[in-house]
Design a protein around this ligand. Structure first.
Ligand SMILES: C[S@@+](CC[C@H](N)C(=O)[O-])C[C@H]1O[C@@H](n2cnc3c(N)ncnc32)[C@H](O)[C@@H]1O
Length: 334
């Protein structure tokens, strides 16, 4: 009777047939990347065997490449590209912005109070000529709402809508707005602008947050009396599209109020300008896309829907290369 011999490399001998067939025998171990790398199979002894092994090593290489491509990389760069990594970064940036800007706000506060206070008071007076009409203000890139105390103090303020693409900003923004005295809407708003810019029945100004990018605002044309923009044109993807959208949602003749850090002039401050050029890529990576070398004044001068009517350049002391600033007023063209 013919008895089939076991595979020569099977150490369990001829009696373990079932185990061999189920892959329990070391000679039938499943192929794994570790085993492929260890190269522990039989070594080629003849030309035929060498050819077979060569074909198998091509398969091994493909297998290893496929395994490497499928395996999630855990290096910091790849982790940062995942949604969880992006969210963690946005959350961190929101917390950093909410907790580290007090000194900056103190230094820039008097200028902000003048810019926002006097302009918005004038707008409120104009709006107040029609009965029950109160101011509707859009705070672009609201962040942690450092402008809330200035806005709530304007007589005739109706509602402020804070727009930001980073939703992790909103808890900080709402808390600061509530502290300042706003009636804060719970959750995110879906503001549609609208003509009636009246405040809450108690006439306490309201504050709402809306998640959106400045380049695509979810509001109808001519739905705001003023657009406030502080430290935002440095971070948006497109300055041109942002200003076009701001002009679209403003009522004709009403105002865009801005205070931004800017590129220093090469002739006035060459060292600061050189440092801005040098650190620009690092600043973009660390500060959520903030550019050091943008010139918001040039962007505003070129914006088709806006007319620049007031510009002031100044330096915020102790702020290194984000010290050079430009602030002012642009009016929506009629
Ligand atoms: C430096 S912070 C300034 C926040 C606040 N306006 C202030 O004065 O502190 C920049 C803000 O712009 C927001 N931002 C970034 N890209 C934006 C975009 N495309 N549209 C609107 N806001 C944007 C950021 O999420 C962040 O809240």
């Amino acid at each position: 009777m013919f008895v089939r011999p076991p595979a020569p490399s099977c150490p369990a001998g001829p009696t373990h047939g079932a185990g061999h067939a189920r892959g329990l025998c070391p000679s039938r171990r499943p192929v794994t990347p570790a085993r492929l790398l260890s190269n522990d199979g039989p070594q080629p002894t003849s030309r035929k065997l060498r050819r077979a092994t060569c074909a198998r090593s091509t398969t091994r290489r493909d297998f290893l490449l496929a395994a490497a491509a499928a395996a999630p990389c855990t290096c910091a760069v790849c982790l940062a590209q995942t949604q969880a990594g992006k969210d963690a970064y946005k959350r961190f940036f929101a917390q950093a912005l909410a907790t580290t800007m007090d000194e900056y706000e103190e230094r820039v506060g008097p200028r902000k109070a003048a810019l926002l206070g006097s302009n918005l008071a004038a707008l409120a007076a104009a709006a107040g000529r029609s009965p029950s009409r109160r101011l509707a203000v859009l705070d672009l890139g609201v962040g942690a709402a450092p402008n809330a105390p200035y806005l709530v103090a304007v007589p005739g303020m109706g509602r402020v809508t804070g727009v930001d693409p980073n939703p992790f900003m909103f808890p900080y923004a709402r808390a600061r707005a509530a502290d300042a005295g706003f009636l804060v809407a719970c959750g995110e708003g879906t503001e549609d602008g609208g003509d009636d810019a009246s405040a809450s029945p108690s006439h306490r100004p309201t504050f709402t947050t809306v998640r959106a990018a400045a380049e695509g605002l979810p509001f109808p044309d001519a739905s705001f009396d003023a657009v406030v923009c502080t430290l935002v044109l440095c971070s948006v993807t497109s300055v041109q599209d942002t200003l076009a959208e701001a002009a679209r949602v403003l009522r004709p003749g009403w105002r865009f109020l801005f205070s931004e850090h800017t590129a220093a002039g090469w002739s006035e401050a060459p060292l600061i300008r050189a440092a801005q050029a040098l650190f620009d890529p690092l600043q973009q990576a660390l500060a959520d896309g903030c550019h050091l070398t943008r010139d918001p004044e040039a962007g505003l001068a070129a914006a088709p829907g806006l007319r620049l009517v007031e510009v002031e350049r100044f330096t915020v002391p102790g702020m290194a290369f984000i010290g050079p600033h430009v602030a002012g007023v642009a009016v929506k063209k009629e």
